[in-house]
Ligand binder design. Structure first.
Ligand SMILES: *[C@@H]1O[C@H](CO)[C@@H](O)[C@H](O)[C@H]1NC(C)=O
Ligand SMILES: *[C@@H]1O[C@H](CO)[C@@H](O)[C@H](O)[C@H]1NC(C)=O
Ligand SMILES: *[C@@H]1O[C@H](CO)[C@@H](O)[C@H](O)[C@H]1NC(C)=O
Length: 428
């Protein structure tokens, strides 16, 4: 049975579900009580140069609003999905001719806007553009910006038959080929957050020829080893994954938290900016790890206008399988169907020994999704030992990589100086 009403209802249902979850499991007035610092906010109440309107703007609208040039591109994956690429072209010719284009890839339920949310002089995309990098923001299949296909409509059930495997196997190679062709560069540098790293390692392991097209890969909170998930709502979802899977199948629901034009209006009512204990803050901090001191209420509000930006149910299930099995491998269809598909009862594992691109990993102690020990465990699986960078702020969480008040000083400035150092040394 497939009913389209159910698809349209998923967002409200999921929000109500999360609200119930929060009321049940989150003790009130815990660490989420925000401490206030005087002098760190502008007249709109934000640490950043952003405003409430930003939550209602699209990626290109945001870039334009803040005075940067923007171009829209698309690349077509080998299986027909059309991937949206947003470019902030450099204003001046780069000082060094060997400089590589930068590809930034968002996390689960996120979008290209995640690299823009905390505004100019803070968000990574703007910091790179200010230094004349050629910045490309990709949107993986199924999110609000990448819902087109050469053959299928996004309301067609077949459209949603993908997980992060296809993003790594098809979307990224298509995006990389497009950018290299367009810019004439031989390689690019890659920055991924969370699922943006998962898809990278899928690609680097299953299409090893693409390693040569990567100058350097920066993995912010790499999502490959997930055994020790600390987040209570995520643990709850993982515990009930089979029940949820049956429910989704029974109702023909294939999209998980699709982006809705209504969501910003709803969260602006549900989550007033002057309440550091509002339900968005609670849900988000219980999911990613609480860090009230470095969470900007305006940025949080803007975030709820952009994310969730949509994912497939299969993508969520694949993460649940990764978490449960501890095996980085293709989607598990069950013994019988695996044999049909893969000619083996077990899904094929991704061959991490084939990952030859140089990698730097940034990870954080208070990351409730990617435990620091898991990031360290993952590093040992790579054949070339990555540079490891544990963020100094002990309260830094999973989402802080995109929007903490100290994201710039803790993470982005390291990336910028690393890029510069490698450029000077000519390590390309
Ligand atoms: C940008 O941020 C840096 C570091 O926080 C600061 O020193 C600088 O004054 C800021 N520039 C602008 C234009 O706001
Ligand atoms: C396995 O294959 C059967 C027959 O094609 C199908 O009905 C079933 O849904 C599949 N199971 C999974 C988990 O994909
Ligand atoms: C994994 O990749 C390595 C390095 O490319 C290769 O030597 C090895 O044969 C691969 N293993 C499998 C099982 O494909």
């Amino acid at each position: 049975m497939r009913c389209s009403i159910a698809t349209r209802l998923t967002l409200p249902v999921a929000i109500i579900g999360l609200l119930v979850l929060v009321c049940v499991i989150v003790p009130r007035g815990t660490e989420a009580a925000g401490r206030r610092f005087s002098g760190d906010r502008n007249e709109l109440g934000s640490y950043f140069a952003i405003d409430v309107e930003d939550g209602a703007l699209s990626t290109p609208e945001l870039i334009t609003k803040y005075g940067y040039p923007v171009e829209q591109h698309e690349s077509t994956a080998a299986d027909g999905y059309i991937i949206s690429l947003t470019r902030i072209p450099p204003r001046r010719a780069p000082r060094s001719p060997g400089r590589l284009p930068m590809l930034l890839v968002h996390g689960l339920l996120g979008s290209s806007a995640d690299f823009l949310i905390i505004g100019p002089n803070n968000s990574l995309a703007y910091l790179l553009a200010d230094r004349d990098y050629d910045v490309w923001l990709a949107d993986m299949r199924g999110n609000r910006y990448s819902k087109r296909h050469t053959r299928l409509q996004s309301n067609d059930p077949d459209y949603w038959d993908f997980s992060w495997h296809e993003m790594g196997y098809y979307d990224l190679p298509a995006a990389i080929d497009y950018i290299l062709r367009r810019t004439g560069a031989r390689q690019l540098d890659y920055i991924g957050h969370s699922q943006g790293t998962t898809v990278f390692f899928v690609m680097a392991a299953s299409r090893p020829e693409y390693n040569e097209r990567i100058g350097h890969m920066y993995a912010l909170s790499p999502a490959v080893c997930l055994r020790r998930v600390r987040s209570p709502p995520v643990r709850w979802l993982l515990q009930h994954v089979y029940t949820l899977q049956e429910l989704f199948e029974a109702f023909g629901v294939q999209q998980f938290l699709p982006h809705s034009e209504l969501q910003y209006a709803m969260t602006r009512i549900l989550c007033p900016m002057n309440d550091p204990n509002n339900v968005c803050m609670q849900v988000v901090s219980m999911t990613v790890g609480p860090n009230p001191k470095m969470t900007d209420m305006m940025a949080m509000q803007v975030l709820t206008g952009h994310d969730p930006a949509g994912a497939s149910v299969k993508q969520m299930l694949h993460f649940a399988q990764l978490q449960r099995s501890g095996q980085f491998r293709q989607f598990d269809y069950g013994r019988r169907n695996n044999t049909e598909r893969y000619s083996h009862w077990k899904p094929p594992a991704y061959n991490l020994s084939a990952v030859s691109a140089p990698v730097t990993i940034f990870y954080a102690r208070n990351d409730w999704l990617i435990d620091p020990r898991e990031a360290e465990r993952f590093a040992k699986l790579l054949p070339v030992p990555p540079s490891m960078h544990l963020v100094e702020d002990a309260q830094f969480n999973h989402l802080d990589f995109a929007m903490a008040k100290n994201a710039r000083s803790m993470v982005y400035e390291r990336i910028l100086s690393d890029l510069e150092a490698r450029e000077r040394a000519g390590v390309r």
